[in-house]
Design a protein around this ligand. Structure first.
Ligand code: GLU
Length: 267
C-alpha cells in the first residue's frame, strides 16, 4: 500500500480540481472571459481581432496566474445587462467588464477585487455650454446603458427632470451624442474619458464624479477558491507594478492620472 501522502498527491494529480471550478477550468488549459468590445482604453476589439485595454490586461494577467496562456483565451462580449446571466449560466468563466461591485449583483454572483475605483460622470459635445455637470441636466436627453448602475442612478436621482435614453452599449450612446440625438452620456468617468480621448475635438467630460464605482471580477457565487485565486492575481498585478504600467499605457493619455490602486477586500 502507498503511504497516505503519496496517495493524496497521486489522486490530486490524476483527478485535479472539478470542471465547474475556475481552477478546474484553468487546468484544462483554456478560459472563456467576458469583456467589453467597444470601450476605448478599457477593452476594445481592434480591427485585427486583438483585444486591448486595461480590463483586457487585468483579464490576461489573471489567466496567466492561473497558468493559461493569453492565446488560449476566448473573449466573449459581456454587455452591462448580460453579465450576471453569463456568469450564472457558465457561458463565461469570469467577467472583467467595468463591472461595479454591488449588493444587488452579489445576490447572483460573487466578485473578486476591487481592481479599480472610479465614479459616475457626464460626457457632452465639445461645443456644449449649458451642461456643466450632473446639476445642469434638467430637461435634457441623457443616454446610458440598460443594466448599468449609471442608468439606475439616473432613475433614482434625476428621474423627474431628465429624459433617460437607454441603449445596449456606451458606443451607441456616444454615436447618438455625436449625431445630436441626445444631449449627454452618463456612466463611469474612466469610460467617458476613454471616449473623449478618442474624439478630443468633439467630446469632453464635465463636472465632478457623483458616485463611487468599485470594479470587481465577476465569478460564480460558490467558487471560493476561484475567488481567492483571482484576488491573489490582482494583488500580484498591483505589487509587481504591472497594474500601474497597464493603467498609464491604456488610460494615461485620456488625462486620467494613475490613481492609487484599491485594497482588495472581497472575500
Ligand atoms: N460600472 C457600472 C456598472 O457596472 C457602469 C459601467 C458598465 O455598465 O459597465 O454598471
Amino acid at each position: 500500500m502507498l503511504p497516505i501522502a503519496v496517495s493524496v498527491a497521486l489522486l490530486a494529480a490524476c483527478g485535479g480540481a472539478p470542471d465547474n471550478t475556475l481552477e478546474g477550468r484553468a487546468d484544462s488549459g483554456a478560459l472563456t472571459i467576458g469583456i467589453r468590445f467597444d470601450q476605448p482604453g478599457l477593452a476594445q476589439r481592434r480591427i485585427d481581432g486583438k483585444f486591448v485595454g486595461f480590463d483586457v490586461d487585468v483579464a490576461k494577467y489573471i489567466a496567466g496566474q492561473l497558468g493559461v496562456d493569453e492565446k488560449k483565451i476566448t473573449w466573449v462580449e459581456a454587455r452591462s445587462a448580460d453579465r450576471e446571466k453569463m456568469i450564472v449560466s457558465g457561458a463565461v468563466d469570469f467577467v472583467v467588464a467595468t463591472y461595479s461591485i454591488t449588493d444587488k449583483r452579489k445576490q447572483q454572483v460573487a466578485f473578486a477585487g476591487p481592481y479599480f475605483e472610479t465614479g459616475q460622470g457626464v460626457l457632452v459635445r465639445y461645443t456644449e455650454q449649458e451642461i456643466t455637470g450632473p446639476d445642469s441636466l434638467n430637461g435634457k436627453n441623457l443616454c446610458s446603458v440598460t443594466g448599468s448602475t449609471s442608468a439606475q442612478k439616473v432613475e433614482s436621482d434625476f428621474a423627474k427632470g431628465v429624459k433617460l435614453v437607454e441603449y445596449g452599449q456606451y458606443s451607441d450612446c456616444v454615436t447618438a451624442l455625436l449625431a445630436g440625438n441626445v444631449d449627454a452620456v452618463t456612466t463611469d468617468e474612466v469610460i467617458l474619458a476613454g471616449f473623449a480621448a478618442a474624439n478630443p475635438e468633439l467630446l469632453k467630460v464635465v463636472g465632478p464624479k457623483f458616485s463611487t464605482e468599485r470594479y470587481g471580477v465577476g465569478l460564480p457565487k460558490d467558487d471560493l477558491k476561484g475567488r481567492a485565486d483571482v484576488n491573489a492575481a490582482i494583488n500580484k498585478m498591483i505589487s509587481s507594478g504591472e497594474w500601474a504600467k497597464s493603467f498609464s499605457r491604456n488610460i494615461g493619455e485620456s488625462g486620467v492620472e494613475v490613481p492609487k490602486p484599491p485594497q482588495v477586500t472581497e472575500q
